[in-house]
Design a protein around this ligand. Sequence first.
Ligand SMILES: NC(=O)c1ccc[n+]([C@@H]2O[C@H](COP(=O)([O-])OP(=O)(O)OC[C@H]3O[C@@H](n4cnc5c(N)ncnc54)[C@H](OP(=O)(O)O)[C@@H]3O)[C@@H](O)[C@H]2O)c1
Length: 275
Amino acid sequence: MPMKSTTVKAPRVKAYRRILITGASSGLGAALALAYAGPGVELFLGGRNLLRLERVAAAVREKGAFAFPHAVDVKDADRMRDWLGPISRARPFDLVIANAGVSGGTADSAESLAQIREILDVNVSGVIHTLHPVVDGMRAAGAGQIAIISSLAGFRGFPGAPAYCAGKAAVKVYGEALRPLLARNNIGVSVVCPGYIRTPMTDVNDFRMPLMMPADKAARIIHRGLARNRARIAFPLGLYMAVWLLAALPAWMTDRLLAVLPGKKNLPPTGENLP
Ligand SMILES: NC(=O)c1ccc[n+]([C@@H]2O[C@H](COP(=O)([O-])OP(=O)(O)OC[C@H]3O[C@@H](n4cnc5c(N)ncnc54)[C@H](OP(=O)(O)O)[C@@H]3O)[C@@H](O)[C@H]2O)c1
């Protein structure tokens, strides 16, 4: 049975005032930006598509927050450092949500090397490029909260999306390792493992997605979990239990079931989703 998430020493900062969200131009990132927007809150919003980021920024400002959209590719370590380093040195972030991600799989054809590289570069290196420039500032402040957006797909390899599962497993384990390490500096680290959320990422899927939920509901669950510094924010419970069981069972019991599960479509060539 899945264990209830444990909590360790809660971080000092609870009312987050200075927040970084990557992948804020659509889907879950945009919903999180709105969930945290409020009078006086500063939201630093990353994504590649400035037009969509500006739309989210406008919605956030309507709720009284300050929004600072910035077009940057999380794969570019230098540009991420150039963006986040000075902001973090001026005043450290209270909350950092490493959310940007892409997904693709094997429904159309086997994964190309380009697809595998793109998924791992964005979903794994992108998370590290987000956290690396900001952690020292949080350490110096002795406060803050980090959220890494993984997935229930990170609990077990699924043949429909091998690179995606591998990347989400990598950042899940990375976050679990960071948590006790950064707790010494009073920084909370939560790994977020959602099931299906209705966003542009899942809009392209043509298979049944059990227990799918709207992005604003997912954002509320994450908001609550982060306020409690939950180690793992995994939801919805029914799907969490199913993947937990699949991961616990031996391969000879699960291989045949996994082989018939539907796959994600191939990732479009880089940049195709940009205007
Ligand atoms: N939807 C689900 O069912 C689900 C379930 C579990 C986990 N997740 C995870 O939740 C996160 C958000 O996904 P979503 O469902 O909200 O999908 P989405 O609507 O496609 O949003 C993905 C976001 O990531 C940004 N992004 C992608 N590549 C980027 C890059 N190279 N550099 C910077 N930003 C980049 C996109 O912005 P630009 O296009 O503007 O760059 C967009 O804002 C992802 O990590 C995803 O794996 C989603």
